[in-house]
Design a protein around this ligand. Sequence first.
Ligand SMILES: Cc1ncc(COP(=O)(O)O)c(C=O)c1O
Length: 393
Amino acid sequence: MKDDTIMVHVSRDPSRHYGIVNLPVYHASTVLYPTIKAFNNRIKNKYRGVRYGASGTPTTFALADAVATLEGGAGAVVVSSGLAACTMALTAFLKQGDHILVTDSVYGPTRKFCDAVLKRFGVEITYYDPLIGGNISELIRENTRVVFTESPGSLTFEVQDIPAIAEAAHNSDVLVLMDNTWATPLFFKPFEHGVDISIQAGTKYIAGHSDLVIGIITARTEALFRKIKDTTLAYGDIAGPEDCFLALRGLRSMGARLRCQQEAGLRIAAWLKQRPEVKRVMHPALPDDPGHALWKRDFTGACSLFGVVFHTSSEKAISHMVDGYRFFKIGASWGGFESLVIPAELQKIRTAVPWTETGYVLRYHVGLEDPEDLIEDLKLGFDRLNQAHKQKA
Ligand SMILES: Cc1ncc(COP(=O)(O)O)c(C=O)c1O
């Protein structure tokens, strides 16, 4: 079955719910059992069954199964946020004395979790150049357990050579985790490229409407899935049923939204690229992007999130441009229906490969507005930018 058909039909059976198209929202804390024997046997249902509200309801499992099917994994676990999906997935495989390799392009709060929490629990962390490819083998130590990848990075958009990284990691029995939020399960199939655990911030394109926070962790094998589930159960982390329902509803239309946003995103990225005020655009689907060849080899599409490096470094001039945008709102959580923009202060973040490039960096997310209106918005923004520079001169 093709992905578009899966997204429409997965995880629902109207014949079991009065013919109603969408699966109902199951709210639960208490689950009742008819006998003591049944109660004592509930643990046999630990991984997939309904046994207690905090371990999942049919609504939670429906979302998990839908994402697992699209990613092509053995099983998935729904957690309370995309960040929780990153932290739970890491925690599941680590203990005191272990070492992990984390891409320098990793989502900021995931880095913060590594530095503020994992280090405190005695885990060693090495950040690596996202473009390292198979040379990651040189960084693998006796106690290395996990390589954490994110491709493309969600601020700087480097495409990682995931198959080469996975081959090197697996040669040393090291697991490969990937934050696959940018591509979504539609545009990158992690398990076909050697990934062991795939992470989705469902908050973004899956939910797609900027109104909820949710994470999904999908595992390549049943054994890995159980390890993740054991961890999230131990922490008591779970997403609320209403959010699972909304995320599942968002998933039904994700293909159509993504393709529309992909096209508009590319058009706007190409338009920005030819502007004299722009130094470069970081979008792997643009043919001259440094990551284009790898993107073309491994991905089947691009979402609408990309970066722009400007010639100017003046925050004042950039603010004149951005603060006056009509449609590009200033906001961080992407993947919804409206266009967004945020500044990216990369000098403050990178350690393995310090960011030395001059020029202000903005990250754009293209929503579902008409691209003509968005381009007009950007055009007027450049007028303000140039005016600000003139006034200064
Ligand atoms: C690449 C990436 N991963 C994970 C997350 C975390 O998702 P959430 O906001 O649901 O915690 C984000 C959020 O911006 C993200 O951009």
